[in-house]
Design a protein around this ligand. Structure first.
Ligand SMILES: *Cc1c(COP(=O)(O)O)cnc(C)c1O
Length: 468
């Protein structure tokens, strides 16, 4: 058939919309989404004919089916809930820290209607958004003052711009980190207007190296936690205590970009990361850390330390640029509140609960999932030991003992993994030795049925498809 003839067989938008399968959407779906989908499919078909890729008469039924699946796709939210079955607790691609129930409820309470975001109820006049969390942060960390910005990268930027613009900042050569591909100490330093002054070597930086680096241009000494890598072998690192003493002697502020924001002792659980209160006790001047790493709260960057320095940062124009929203403050206040009682923090903050779960506890939950999958999921399931990770650029060398459920249902693991992640609530699983694994550490109790149902549906539909 000629192209012109083929084109004339394509349905018009109005014709397509008369089909019951598309028409039915109008009750539940914005009209625009349906007409856009119809138009898109017709345009694609037209393009295929014009390119000479489609030689036969277009099959209307197939076109309608394409339109229907496109409408379904467009109806879905882009940012949706997902099930993390990878065992990586702070999974950066899956939103890092899960918030506690109390934090989520506080976000709803303070965001649905008006709030006291910048209102001082005692005075009946303008207040400051910084005040909501400052008391709690100082109480829990032992700092004199604190403020919150959008993330740790923003905190670093604000801190350096305020204290060191046009001057030099000493950093060890072993600590010029890159986190997540876009946060790089030398780049953020340049952006802030401060000049990076490298001291020491990649594997060894001693206090004398810092001492030698100090000159009349020095505005600060910055220590950066090597969050996502470790230097091993013949190494020497200068402690915070030594740096704090040197800073005091020379009248130069010592800043510590810590990243992880640990507030609870995880050593008994095999995770040895520096903690915020412990680091502040060494006498450093300002600490910077993330809200959504080991702290287990919302994305945020927290600056805590000397009041005169924090006050200066609050007044810097960048503070307005990097300020956080009320939802962040609501979640952060509730997260910090939990730390007033450490045991409450451990059980209520999901990141801590996941990291401190005992092997026995995990094994029992894995057995529960395996039983569900065998009886209702239509597959065979085996409980197997696995190694889990903290993730989020923390404790890079630590592998936690965990448990997973490995399944077999006659579907190739790559295909199964893809089908699981293309569901309305995507389930992100791992393939280990040719089997799909659901790692129990990062799976919530209310997600066990979700996984079982997904496996059951996929197994049935693929078996059904093969029979046809
Ligand atoms: C994670 C991390 C950052 C970046 O923090 P974000 O909250 O992701 O912006 C900066 N510095 C260190 C040392 C980190 O570990």
């Amino acid at each position: 058939m000629e192209k012109r003839q083929l084109l004339s067989r394509l349905p018009s938008v109005d014709e397509a919309l008369k089909d019951q399968r598309l028409f039915a959407f109008f009750e539940t779906t914005a009209r625009e989404l349906v007409t856009d989908s119809v138009r898109e499919v017709i345009n694609n078909a037209r393009q295929r004919i014009l390119n000479g890729e489609a030689l036969a008469e277009p099959d209307r039924d197939i076109l309608i089916q394409e339109m229907v699946s496109l409408v379904r796709q467009k109806k879905r939210h882009s940012l949706t809930k997902a099930v993390n079955a990878t065992g990586v607790v702070l999974h950066t691609n899956l939103g890092r820290a899960c918030l506690s129930r109390a934090a989520c409820e506080n976000v709803i309470r303070t965001s649905e209607g008006y709030s006291t975001l910048e209102y001082d109820v005692k005075k009946g006049s303008r207040g400051s958004r910084h005040n909501h969390v400052e008391y709690l942060i100082t109480k829990i960390t032992g700092a004199e003052a604190a403020m919150v910005v959008n993330n740790n990268a923003a905190a670093t930027m604000l801190c350096l711009s305020t204290l060191a613009e046009g001057q030099e900042v000493l950093v060890s050569r072993g600590e010029l980190v890159e986190i997540g591909g876009s946060f790089r100490i030398p780049d953020i330093m340049k952006q802030s207007g401060a000049t990076l002054y490298e001291v020491g070597t990649t594997n060894k930086t001693r206090i004398e190296d810092y001492q030698r680096g100090i000159n009349e241009q020095t505005a600060a000494i910055m220590k950066v936690h090597t969050s996502n890598y470790r230097i091993i072998g013949f190494t020497a690192e200068t402690s915070l205590e030594e740096l704090a003493a040197l800073g005091k002697k020379c009248g130069i502020p010592v800043l510590y970009d810590m990243g992880c924001g640990l507030m609870y002792d995880l050593q008994p659980y095999g995770i040895c990361e520096p903690s915020v209160p412990e680091s502040l006790r060494t006498g450093i001047d300002v600490i910077l850390f993330s809200g959504d790493k080991l702290l287990g709260g919302p994305q945020a960057g927290i600056l805590a330390g000397r009041k005169d320095l924090i006050d200066k940062m609050k007044r810097h124009p960048l503070a307005r640029v990097l300020r956080v929203d009320k939802m962040t403050l609501a979640a952060l206040e509730e997260t910090f509140r939990a730390y007033l009682d450490p045991e409450k923090a451990r059980t209520e903050i999901p990141v801590l609960a996941m990291l401190t779960a005992s092997s026995q506890e995990l094994k029992e939950r894995a057995q529960q999932l395996a039983l569900k999958l065998e009886t209702q999921g239509g597959c065979s399931a085996e409980v197997v030991p696995v190694k889990d990770q903290t993730g989020g650029g923390s404790a890079p060398t630590v592998l936690l003992d965990g448990w997973a459920v490995a399944i077999e249902n006659g579907i190739a693991p790559e295909k199964m993994e893809r089908l699981l992640r293309s569901r309305e609530v995507p389930i992100i699983a791992r393939i280990i030795r040719e089997r799909v694994h659901f790692d129990i550490r990062t799976i919530a109790d209310n997600e066990l049925d979700e996984i079982t149902e997904a496996v059951s549906e996929i197994t049935k539909s693929v078996e059904g498809g093969e029979r046809q």
